[in-house]
Design a binder for this molecule. Structure first.
Ligand SMILES: Nc1ncnc2c1ncn2[C@@H]1O[C@H](COP(=O)(O)OP(=O)(O)OP(=O)(O)O)[C@@H](O)[C@H]1O
Length: 304
């Protein structure tokens, strides 16, 4: 469990994180989302004590990280995969890290195996691809067999197999009762990995909810309709006095989308009016749509 209460971090006049309060529960994967510069990395650094909050507090398993007796066994973090000496091998990097934290060498071999790096463990890290570097960062995060994992953009640079591997790994770890906080800009991946999401915008929490609730909130159902009699059906659906929630967007001569009516209702109205339907497809809202709608006004660096 991670608990942030009124967490605030100012760099000079720049407010990176402002009055952030959230709980990351154990046994689940929590996605951490937000536009560039929203404050995700700063928050993660505050969790592991790499930075001190200007105000507020954050605890991991009920204690501040600085008070932790065995920090690597409490929190495993992937925050910057580049912080490794390029001349060292993957194994010697992990062994050095293990030695300074009193972790036995056999755990190094176990995490090399878990992250698929056993065959390249003796190679210089400087020659690693971006994806191999990410795997090594994840191996280091797992070294202390931690109860809490913080992974900042873990799938960055991974190929599709690697992305799937991270998804299965974090789901497995959460299934064991661990706390997992994961940031990513890949929304489709996040939708398949996370149980809940916390969204930051300009340093503040703008959403904190189970993923299904976050996706469905405030978004009405959308239905794609294809009919050889599309124009007539559209005007029947609208009726003489259309409600403001009902929207019809033409997409060519025979196709349109309806917002504000269920697929069942559209089908019933079509049947009652003798309109032939070739397609009637409810469109599920996506995490990406929900995220973009929420963060439209929260973007710090916007292209003009
Ligand atoms: N050491 C620092 N000194 C000054 N400003 C900083 C520092 N670290 C972060 N910031 C600023 O704080 C804000 C939040 O940055 P942060 O890196 O936490 O965002 P982020 O959500 O992780 O973004 P990204 O998705 O781009 O990684 C940004 O405006 C950033 O420029």
């Amino acid at each position: 469990m991670i608990e942030a209460r009124g967490l605030t971090k100012r760099y000079g006049s720049k407010m990176a994180v402002e009055d952030v309060t959230f709980t990351v529960p154990p046994g689940q994967v929590t996605g951490f989302l937000g536009p560039n510069g929203a404050g995700k990395s700063t928050t993660m650094r505050l969790v592991v004590g790499l930075d001190r909050p200007t105000e507020g507090s954050v605890t991991v398993l009920g204690r501040s990280y600085a008070d932790s007796q065995a920090p690597l066994a409490t929190v495993g973090a992937l925050l910057d995969a580049k912080g490794v000496h390029p001349g060292r091998s993957a194994r010697s990097h992990l062994r050095a890290l293990a030695a300074t934290h009193g972790i036995p060498d056999k755990r190094v071999d176990a995490v090399l195996e878990m992250t698929g790096l056993s065959s390249v463990a003796g190679k210089r890290v400087g020659g690693f691809s971006l994806g191999m570097g990410q795997r090594l960062g994840i191996a280091a995060a797992l070294l202390g067999d931690p109860q809490v994992l913080l992974l900042d953009e873990p799938v960055n640079g991974l190929d599709p197999d690697g992305v799937l591997w991270v998804r299965e790994l974090v789901r497995y770890l959460a299934g064991e009762g661990r706390t997992v906080l994961l940031s990513s800009h890949l929304m489709s991946e996040m939708a398949q990995t996370a149980d809940r999401v916390i969204v930051l915008g300009r340093g503040r929490v703008v959403a904190d909810a189970p993923i299904a609730e976050f996706i469905s909130e405030g978004r009405s159902e959308r239905v794609t309709v294809v009919s050889p009699d599309a124009a007539r059906l559209a005007s029947v659906l609208l009726g003489p006095d259309p409600s403001p929630e009902l929207q019809i967007e033409p997409q060519g001569e025979e196709r349109f989308t309806v917002t504000g009516l269920s697929a069942a209702r559209v089908g019933e109205i079509a049947a009652a009016n003798g309109v032939v339907l070739h397609e009637l497809t409810p469109q599920a809202a996506s995490l990406e749509e929900a995220y973009l709608a929420l963060t439209r006004d929260q973007v710090e660096y916007q292209a003009v």
